[in-house]
Design a binder for this molecule. Structure first.
Ligand code: 4AD
Ligand code: MG
Length: 454
């Protein structure tokens, strides 16, 4: 029966039953009369030990089964005589799917640096660390879907090609079919300028104002020319949006979501996470457990700035009311001052996008950022401006073309209602949960400035 390494090692097979396992040779050791092959098929961290007798049919195949080669083994599942594993596969037939020359195969038995593996991203998922990472990526995505589905949110798909820059930061990648030259946007495919979405929020708002509670889980693109360990040009964002919900509800949802995923990680993913606790960030499990300890700190932006100013800390950028918080500020708040996740709310209106709800003081908006140790900003969200006149006023002030937002404004004309939502960067969540220090190492094929390999 065809089965995975994970299935064999789980011990669900009756002893001496036949199994067919495919995978890639990790290591190979030759003894007198037989060879040991360690095979990994990506289904789990552990390798399966295959014992192959020199007298097997197709002995030449055995010789070619070197590190990196893809092989298929039909054999018997037996209790292992060696240490370190309970089960092994006694080969009866060996098939070579694809050889690999061990001299030129880039992955050696030793540990490789993250930089080397980034340059070999086409093969790095075959290493223990990146195999574990991409399995975790899949499982955490499921945990996020589970969280929302259990709470009655509908998963919606918002456009990837768009005509509006939701965040207003001018980071839209252009999408065009025009050849380089003097052609006008009117001649282009859509008859206007188009770009890759920076956020599905505006469309998600329309759907929340019909379905009640929705969320997106999709790619976002930002031509942000900053080469930091936390920014990618292409990343995945989770954007819930709730009708009839205020900023307090929004903060509760963000906190609950993070707790849910951390609990899931600690409860269900220990096998793959163990590797990160040992080799990537010693003490990772302890740090994750602390994320579940108490409620997260919540405080207004104004108080956060005062704390930073009186901290006695030398910052590269001096904190002052009216300026955006820098990563160094965010990390000081949650790593040094409060020593736990912090939700900063009520930011100055002038540094936030047009759609956030203006507060009664006239100078702040109902915004919130969830800041976490190691990563800084994990979540950015807000209560949305539901009052048509106030919204139009802000859009004019910011120089937006109201006509092209007619549909967005319509939602404030017909059955407008308070609503709130946020965006959570999925890669930053992965960095938080695995301790990976660079966003390039939680994305299979990262896109960053000056890098479009693979
Ligand atoms: O704070 P941001 O820009 O918020 C929005 O886009 C809102 N429209 C979300 C909403 O309210 N529906 O981005 C949200 C999150 C950030 O907190 C961060 O985690 C992540 O997206 N993020 C990035 N992650 C990786 N690389 C980048 N360049 C990122 N930019 C934002
Ligand atoms: Mg933000």
């Amino acid at each position: 029966m065809k089965c995975s390494v994970a299935q064999v090692l789980a011990g669900t097979f009756p002893e001496d039953s036949e199994a067919l396992v495919n995978g890639w040779v990790r290591t190979r050791r030759d003894a007198k009369g037989f060879s040991f092959l360690e095979i990994n098929d990506g289904s789990c961290l552990a390798n399966l030990q295959v014992v192959a007798d020199d007298s097997l049919p197709g002995c030449a195949v055995l010789k070619a089964a070197q590190t990196g080669a893809a092989v298929g083994v039909r054999g018997r599942v037996l209790p292992s005589q060696g240490r370190g594993q309970a089960w092994e596969l006694r080969a009866e037939e060996l098939h070579l799917w694809g050889p690999a020359d061990p001299e030129s195969y880039p992955l050696q038995k030793k540990r490789h640096s993250d930089e080397f593996l980034r340059a070999n991203a086409h093969l790095r998922a075959r290493t223990n660390k990146f195999g574990a990472l991409f399995r975790l990526r899949s499982r955490f995505a499921q945990a996020v879907h589970g969280f929302f589905q259990e709470r009655g949110f509908f998963h919606v798909h918002t456009p990837i090609i768009t005509g509006s820059d939701c965040e207003g930061a001018g980071e839209l990648f252009r999408v065009t079919t025009l050849p380089p030259g003097p052609a006008r946007p009117a001649d282009d495919f859509f008859g206007q300028e188009a770009g890759l979405t920076v956020s599905g929020q505006l469309e998600a708002e329309m759907l929340a104002l019909a379905l009640g509670k929705v969320y997106t889980f999709g790619p976002a693109f930002r031509a942000e020319n900053s080469n930091t360990p936390r920014h990618a040009a292409e990343f995945w964002m989770i954007e819930p949006e709730m009708a009839f919900a205020d900023l307090g509800d929004d903060m509760d949802l963000a906190e609950d979501l993070l707790r849910h995923v951390v609990e899931f990680a600690l409860g269900q993913c220990r096998d793959d996470l163990e590797l990160f606790d040992r080799f990537v960030e010693p003490g990772l499990f302890k740090r994750l457990e602390k994320l579940l300890a108490g409620r997260y700190q919540r405080l207004p932006y104004g108080e956060a700035v005062e704390i930073l100013k009186s901290s006695g800390q030398k910052f590269e950028y001096a904190p002052a009311w009216g300026l955006d918080l820098q990563t160094e500020h965010e990390r000081h708040l949650c790593e040094v001052h409060f020593k736990k996740p912090v939700i900063v709310h009520d930011y100055p209106a002038a540094i936030k996008p047009f759609y956030m709800r203006l507060s009664d003081d006239g100078r702040t908006v109902a915004a919130m950022d969830l800041l976490v140790p190691k990563v800084g900003e994990l979540v950015g969200g807000s209560q949305r401006e539901e009052r048509l006149d106030v919204l139009e006023g802000r859009m004019r002030q910011m120089g937006l073309n109201l006509e092209s937002y007619w549909w967005y404004l319509d939602s404030r004309r017909f059955g407008s209602a308070p609503h709130s939502g946020f965006g959570l960067g999925f890669e930053r969540l992965l960095m938080l949960l695995t301790g990976a220090p660079n966003i390039r190492d939680v994305i299979p094929f990262p896109r960053t400035p000056r890098n479009l390999e693979f």
